[in-house]
Design a protein around this ligand. Structure first.
Ligand code: FES
Length: 182
């Protein structure tokens, strides 16, 4: 009997330390990515139930931190946990504050084949989003103006909660004219 109690206590201790280890591991991986790539990890989201169709909630910055009319990149990692296994997936979105109280957030993947696109401030395509993979070009509002992308940039559901921009991140099927969740 005493041995059974002892086993249960030992097991509980082991479970606790596994949980602590998992937390430490996830935090460390996020910190490593930020250090190794020099890219600020705006958010690190841990989810064991990330459903691609339902999406995942990601808290970005305060709305007031985004300059009006200037697209701002936000990058984060999604960590899927499955027992001991952790899979990190990088994601990005472009935040465009359109007025004092309004904001649009685009999924960071090009609607052609899913490459990461960038905002061009100067040069030939100044003030446009440009995808380097096949020269896709979008307006600041996400409309296609050149290249093969079959639809505008994909917008994401947004909520302003206590002044903070909160999005529901989702992925969409690339290469098709309709915005279809995957
Ligand atoms: S993936 Fe963006 S233009 Fe092809």
């Amino acid at each position: 009997m005493a041995d059974e109690r002892c086993d249960a206590a030992a097991e509980e201790k082991l479970l606790l330390s596994r949980r602590q280890f998992n937390k430490w591991l996830i935090g460390s991986i996020g910190a490593f990515i930020a250090t190794a790539t020099g890219v600020p990890v705006v958010g690190s989201v841990v989810s064991s139930v990330f459903s691609k169709s339902q999406g995942i909630e990601v808290k970005l910055r305060k709305l007031e931190d985004y300059p009006v009319g200037e697209p701002t990149l936000a990058q984060f990692t999604i960590t899927r946990t499955d027992g001991w296994q952790h899979t990190l997936e990088s994601r990005s979105v472009w935040v465009l504050r359109t007025s004092e109280n309004e904001v649009t957030v685009f999924n960071g993947r090009c609607t052609h084949l899913g490459c990461a696109y960038n905002w061009k401030e100067s040069g030939k395509e100044a003030d446009h989003f440009v995808c380097p993979c096949h020269d896709g070009v979008f307006t600041k509002e996400g409309e296609v103006v050149a290249g093969p992308p079959p639809r505008p940039l994909d917008t994401l559901p947004i909520e302003i909660r206590d002044g903070t921009v909160v999005i529901t991140y989702k992925d969409f099927r690339p290469g098709v004219p309709e915005k279809t969740e995957v």
